[in-house]
Design a protein around this ligand. Structure first.
Ligand SMILES: [Zn+2]
Length: 76
């Protein structure tokens, strides 16, 4: 009888470990598929744009090329 209880206890520990491991893997894959991208404010209109979509010039960021051009014309 004691043997069965130990067997069930081991099975239970395995089950819990497997569950927590799956949660760990799924939470990791979630962070991988949705990376936190920093938002940068446009120097011209102050609209926040993702860093990968922003236009960069002289350590400043812009939402589009037109705003970079407009900013350059105003800040000569
Ligand atoms: Zn802009």
């Amino acid at each position: 009888m004691r043997f069965i209880i130990i067997l069930v206890a081991i099975a239970l520990v395995f089950f819990i470990l497997k569950k927590s491991l799956q949660q760990l893997i799924s939470s990791n894959s979630k962070t991988r598929t949705k990376p936190q991208e920093s938002m940068l404010p446009c120097e011209y209109c102050q609209t926040h744009v993702p860093a990968s979509e922003a236009v960069h010039h002289a350590e400043k960021s812009f939402c589009k090329n037109q705003h970079l051009d407009a900013w350059l014309k105003e800040n000569k």
